[in-house]
Design a protein around this ligand. Structure first.
Ligand code: ZN
Ligand code: ZN
Length: 374
């Protein structure tokens, strides 16, 4: 995407929003004085830093980023570019002391940890060796909740990633008629996305043909794609850290009556889901919209997974769009709608779009045609 100017992201606005949440970030909405951020994805979100090692202490009075010598220049440059004001400490051996002194320096008595990102061993070490004076408390999903609402720059990156994936499929789609193996077609799709400017695929590309299509997350094999196969493609691109996610199901040759019915049902369920997406809709309600259509055709048991998920810096992030999803959609959320039907004797069909929730509905970011012929 080197020749495309993407709208800027409001990285600097994120820490102030996080600081506002600290007074209720602990268990039972107890206050924490500061937060130790250990998830590198969350550190990237808050600061723009993309290195592979860092710790971030967040406090109302300031930010402390601790990383190692490999990232001395990069950390300074990336935080400056993002407009994030932080003290950066470079330490190879003394991270424990540096972080401890930072926490003490901010006067933090109650330090929140990211419970979903800290191992048991790490928590033990923090409690007994790093922060003996501070009370450590678990926090859950505080930054992940902030990440649910994307700003214009984030949406631009996801849209760019989706556009690359659309174009890649358009460029090589007819190759499915030339009897490639699943692995060969997957590799060509990945290469084409890279050639068009993607950093990488946003996850391991799924090419599931014929009977393999009945396994929702089949990995590509050396199976040759033949006439009579439904081919489930599930793939996405990564652009500036942001993911896209799309499934299309392509029929090679003439569909049987049952395959035609599967394609019709999933198409109808997916469209019903897309049409329903708007602010205020519950994630579980959205799941039910798609599930009810499939249920109506008697295939409730053939829809083996949730309807969708949030997409952003992670390929799967909040909100969860499934029967137990407790989130409520809001403008700026980016979610997938991806119902499927999987029948061992006939293969699988899944159709998935990545959508951004707008003020009065949604806008699909994945625009590849849903026509089924190769
Ligand atoms: Zn997908
Ligand atoms: Zn997905």
């Amino acid at each position: 995407m080197s020749d495309v100017e993407l709208a800027p992201m409001d990285v600097a606005g994120r820490v102030p929003r996080l600081v506002e949440l600290l007074p209720t970030a602990g268990p039972d909405e107890q206050p924490v004085d500061g937060l130790l951020v250990t998830s590198l994805t969350n550190i990237r979100y808050l600061t723009g830093f993309t290195g592979s090692a860092a710790l971030l202490v967040v406090h109302a009075d300031g930010l402390l980023l601790v990383t190692d010598g490999r990232y001395r220049d990069q950390s300074a440059e990336q935080l400056a570019a993002a407009g994030v004001d932080a003290r950066i400490e470079i330490s190879n051996q003394q991270q424990k002391e540096v972080v401890h002194d930072g926490v003490t320096g901010f006067g933090i008595a109650t330090l929140g940890l990211e419970a979903e990102h800290v191992s048991w061993a790490q928590q033990q070490s923090y409690a007994t060796e790093w922060f003996e004076a501070a009370e450590l408390v678990p926090t859950r999903g505080v930054i992940e909740d902030l990440r649910e609402v994307k700003d214009a720059g984030e949406i631009a990156r996801i849209a760019a990633a989706a556009g690359l994936a659309d174009q890649a499929l358009a460029n090589i789609r007819t190759r499915l008629l030339e009897r490639p193996t699943e692995e060969e077609f997957g590799l060509e799709l990945d290469t084409e996305m890279r050639r068009l400017g993607a950093t990488a695929p946003s996850f391991e590309t799924i090419v599931a043909s014929g009977p393999h299509g009945a396994l929702p997350h089949a990995r590509p094999t050396d199976r040759v794609i033949e006439a009579g196969d439904l081919v489930v493609l599930d793939f996405g691109a990564l652009v500036d850290g942001y993911c896209s996610d799309m499934s299309r199901t392509i029929m090679v040759g003439e569909p049987s009556a049952q395959q035609q019915r599967m394609l019709h049902v999933v198409r109808e369920a997916q469209q019903a889901g897309v049409d329903a997406v708007k602010p205020g809709l519950g994630a579980a309600e959205l799941d039910k919209v798609c599930r009810d259509v499939i249920d109506g055709y008697g295939w409730a048991d053939a829809f083996l997974h949730s309807t969708g998920h949030g997409v952003g810096l992670d390929i799967h992030e909040r909100p969860r769009v499934g029967p137990k999803g407790d989130a409520t959609l809001a403008a700026g959320y980016v979610v997938t709608v991806e119902p499927g039907v999987y029948l061992p004797d006939h293969g699988g069909v899944r159709i998935e779009d990545t959508l951004v929730v707008t003020d009065d509905g949604c806008r699909p970011l994945t625009l590849a045609p849903k026509t089924t012929a190769a």
